[in-house]
Ligand binder design. Sequence first.
Ligand SMILES: NC(=O)C1=CN([C@@H]2O[C@H](COP(=O)(O)OP(=O)(O)OC[C@H]3O[C@@H](n4cnc5c(N)ncnc54)[C@H](OP(=O)(O)O)[C@@H]3O)[C@@H](O)[C@H]2O)[C@@H](O)CC1
Ligand SMILES: Nc1ncnc2c1ncn2[C@@H]1O[C@H](COP(=O)(O)OP(=O)(O)O)[C@@H](O)[C@H]1O
Ligand SMILES: [K+]
Length: 470
Amino acid sequence: MPISDRNAPVLTAAEMRAAEAAVIAGGVPEYALMQRAGKAAAEIIWRAGAKRETLVLCGPGNNGGDGYVIAKALRDYGVPVKVAALADPVTESARQARAEWGGAVEGFFHVETHFAQVVDALFGTGLTRGLEGEVAARLVQLVEASERSYAIDIPSGISTDDGMPLSAVPHFDLCIALGQWKRAHMLRPATGHWRRKHLCDIGIPAPDATLFRLERPRLSPPADDAHKYTRGLVAAVAGEMPGASALAAEAAARGGAGYVRLIGVQSVNRTSHAIVRASMKNEAALSDPRIRALLIGPGLGRGEAGAERLGQALVHSHPVVLDADALWHLAEGAMAALPENAILTPHAGEFAQIFANLSGLDISGTVIELAVTAAQSSGAVVVLKGPTTVVAGPDGRAVVADAAPSWLSTAGTGDVLAGLCAARLAVTGDPFRAAAEAVWLHGEAARLAGPAFLADDLLPYIPAAIAACL
Ligand SMILES: NC(=O)C1=CN([C@@H]2O[C@H](COP(=O)(O)OP(=O)(O)OC[C@H]3O[C@@H](n4cnc5c(N)ncnc54)[C@H](OP(=O)(O)O)[C@@H]3O)[C@@H](O)[C@H]2O)[C@@H](O)CC1
Ligand SMILES: Nc1ncnc2c1ncn2[C@@H]1O[C@H](COP(=O)(O)OP(=O)(O)O)[C@@H](O)[C@H]1O
Ligand SMILES: [K+]
């Protein structure tokens, strides 16, 4: 179940085949799907490249079949097209597509090298191993010699499920995904092999998908009769480095919480006066039943004092966001004692440290498998942060954020994200939705902030990011 109908499914090769098989079983021939796919891709190439001379490279499977359909459709648009095949078609649909193309088919190694446009339809989701060295080198040569290049479904040589290149893979201008997004469309290093990507909807639904692309969420303004407590009280616990918790607290205040209380901090420069301070000694400040999200970790410290504060904070079983040093303190026992609505926000280093230590947990695979396994084993929502951020829930659902600006790689941005998670948890009461909303707002604030910002500079852009979702 997607978190909203805006979130497009992201499939493995096997899931894509199953989705395709279901449509075929429903009475649509495979060849009709190939026609839809090839014509949709050809229309995009035609719009981008008009009548530029185009070389279509066709492989033996249905990716190659798409290539023949593209070549015919481009020819029908009046585009000068040549086709070069690596091997004869081996599937019935690809054979049919080649017959309908009907034109000359040149040898992959013998066709001339310089074309204005090159279309890679050698291999798609059926790739089982890297391309042979000379095939990969020739593909790189042809693509690099062109002005524009298009990868059909997936660049040939990229493994669909983990986004890894299995042989040398060139860089394309556009990757045209067919049917549904596949994992490689979201994962590094594959995402570095095209400038843009586009999804062609060819009428293949994926009702069983559990992984989705993170898209702009829909948010609501506070209810007409809202007051600060109904909007959500966030309690942020400070520690050794009060600046980090102040940054997180301010992000929480701007991220939609009605009231933010910063606990256990003596003095912090430049924190908004709207953020109310309280002492750790004030029992009621932490036990307050109106707290809808507790945030702890940024600046907490890895010493005994930090561990003690974490223990004190978790006693009350508030819905919680655990970040940074709080994750460092999280031991196996503490994991079992997490409240039901918990969000953990590790980066890769913190992730490895926490989950590698959990007994019997096999953590391997892409960031998607890592986050999903960790969420299922901890019972918490896991936000595995990085250039590609994955939000995973204990029910197996996950969203992947593939478009955050790399300017986020600066100190303190994680504190801002933790604050946003707390705000959205306080507002929604749903940790999975909250984490997904927070990751999107964080990326959008970064986009709006432009280049070379400091983590603090994200704060004034959070309201504009929220405005984009109303
Ligand atoms: N899903 C959908 O909804 C739709 C999918 N469509 C399209 O179908 C594509 C998937 O087609 P596909 O399954 O036929 O696989 P494809 O990628 O063409 O290659 C398989 C062939 O290559 C071979 N082979 C593999 N690796 C190799 C290597 N390194 N070097 C050499 N050979 C290698 C492999 O044989 P093998 O040697 O492994 O036995 C087999 O012969 C998909 O990406 C999309 O474009 C659309 O048409 C319609 C809607
Ligand atoms: N190259 C990148 N592209 C996009 N986002 C990134 C990149 N590097 C880091 N980020 C994001 O920036 C934030 C960094 O958080 P974190 O590692 O906790 O840093 P800190 O502890 O300094 O606050 C995360 O949200 C992460 O997803
Ligand atoms: K391809």
